[in-house]
Design a protein around this ligand. Structure first.
Ligand SMILES: NC(=O)c1ccc[n+]([C@@H]2O[C@H](COP(=O)([O-])OP(=O)(O)OC[C@H]3O[C@@H](n4cnc5c(N)ncnc54)[C@H](OP(=O)(O)O)[C@@H]3O)[C@@H](O)[C@H]2O)c1
Length: 282
């Protein structure tokens, strides 16, 4: 039996997941990294092992397929790996009018953002109970508080993650499992998101953060057992404004710039191509 404890991070070949992996490695946590096949996970695992002297296991799986989530759990079990920290990071973003997306895309978004978070929490629950102290970190988004145009399905999936996390936290308290939820604002994680972040409302642009910085705040908050982690002063200020101003003013500010947001959905070639061709123009 491998007596090491592992932190499992989904969607960790790129973006925020990769930043979380590096932050955990800096804190000497052993890692199980999960991402899509051929996503460069193995070289990343080798880099992290050599640089931070921790054990890293890359597992390539398309988590949007339910059987692959079950297969991931079985592989961890069969290899007798002990997970005491589960980070449900994988997620599909989008910024587009509802009519611009396909049902196939929305299904995948709901699966990855909602179902994978739920399923993996369920599959790993007993293991987390055994390997104390244990934690679950779910990645939501600041957009779960604002009901923004062009974020309808995405925002709703993140509201689910937020609500699920808070309820689960209350339930698992007696099992001594900490559940935290992080709600980042914009992060410059991948080229598509960076372009969209640049087209955001001036106010929203002030809150955009580097994923490495958010990862430091995330892991610190998780180990501190914070219920809700809001990274950055501007994001905290947005939430305060949301509580103080009347609803009609919030809606006016939040959606005033909506037609200028560039539409994108990661994982749908057409929109991504459209966005990239738009942004390559002077
Ligand atoms: N970026 C933001 O502004 C922002 C703001 C708030 C919240 N968030 C949340 O933060 C999380 C990470 O976002 P991000 O911007 O870092 O995303 P990202 O740059 O698109 O990275 C997503 C990661 O998930 C992997 N992945 C995608 N589909 C997968 C699948 N079907 N199975 C397994 N792995 C898969 C990707 O692998 P490949 O490299 O192979 O595609 C990549 O490693 C998401 O939950 C997102 O909603 C992001």
């Amino acid at each position: 039996m491998n007596t090491k404890l592992y932190t499992l991070i989904t969607g960790s070949s790129e973006g925020f997941g990769k930043a979380l992996a590096i932050e955990c490695a800096k804190r000497k946590m052993n890692l199980i990294l999960v991402s899509l096949p051929n996503s460069g996970l193995t070289p990343l695992a080798e880099f992290i092992m050599q640089t931070y002297n921790v054990h890293v296991i890359p597992i390539e799986k398309d988590l949007s397929v339910e059987e692959n989530c079950v297969a991931l759990y079985k592989e961890v079990e069969q290899r007798k790996l002990s997970v005491n920290m589960l980070i449900n990071n994988v997620g599909l973003g989008s910024t587009m009018f509802f009519k611009e997306g396909t049902i196939d895309f929305y299904q995948k978004q709901v699966k990855l953002n909602v179902m994978v978070t739920t399923l993996l929490s369920s599959l790993f629950l007993e293991m987390l109970k055994t390997n104390q102290p244990s934690h679950i970190l779910n990645v939501s988004s600041l957009s779960c508080f604002f009901y923004l145009a062009k974020k309808q399905v995405y925002g709703a999936t993140k509201s689910y993650v937020y609500s699920f996390s808070k309820s689960l936290r209350a339930e698992l308290k007696s099992d001594n499992i900490n559940v935290s939820v992080i709600c980042p604002g914009g992060m410059n994680t991948n080229p598509t998101t960076i372009k969209t972040n640049q087209s955001n409302h001036w106010l929203a642009r002030q809150s955009i953060m580097n994923p490495d910085k958010v990862a430091v705040i995330a892991i610190k908050g998780l180990l501190h057992q914070d219920e809700i982690i809001i990274p950055g002063l501007m994001n905290k200020l947005f939430l305060l404004i949301e509580k103080l101003l009347p609803d009609f003013m919030i809606k006016m500010i939040a959606n005033s710039h909506v037609n200028k947001f560039q539409s994108y959905n990661i994982g749908n070639g057409n929109h991504e191509q459209q966005l990239l061709s738009q942004t390559s123009q002077p």
